[in-house]
Design a protein around this ligand. Structure first.
Ligand code: SF4
Ligand code: SF4
Length: 89
């Protein structure tokens, strides 16, 4: 499989405030990235259905908690289990 890093960092869809407000308020669990385990494969960035994972200029990932709904897909797809779903308090 070719690296996802070959996908250019060009404009793509980004989350916006909808009729229900910012979707991050729906969340009951939040994904937390363990950067010591993360291998920067960008799979979570590709799979997030809400574009709530941001790919940075240096090809790292960070989560936009304003829009992350806490679905857990990123944690499920991460090949090295670097994302843990943590209960919101
Ligand atoms: S939990 Fe779901 S919405 Fe949030 S960053 Fe992961 S895949 Fe995206
Ligand atoms: S899927 Fe996992 S290893 Fe890959 S970039 Fe996301 S957190 Fe890092």
């Amino acid at each position: 499989m070719s690296s996802l890093k070959t996908i250019p960092l060009t404009p793509y869809s980004t989350p916006k405030v909808g009729a229900g407000g910012k979707t991050g308020t729906w969340r009951i669990e939040r994904p937390v990235i363990n950067y010591e385990k993360c291998i920067d494969c960008l799979i979570c960035w590709m799979y997030c259905p809400d574009s709530a994972i941001i790919r940075t200029e240096d090809d790292r990932v960070k989560i936009d908690y304003e829009y992350c709904k806490g679905c857990g897909i990123c944690a499920n797809e991460c090949p090295v289990k670097a994302i843990e779903m943590v209960r919101e308090v």
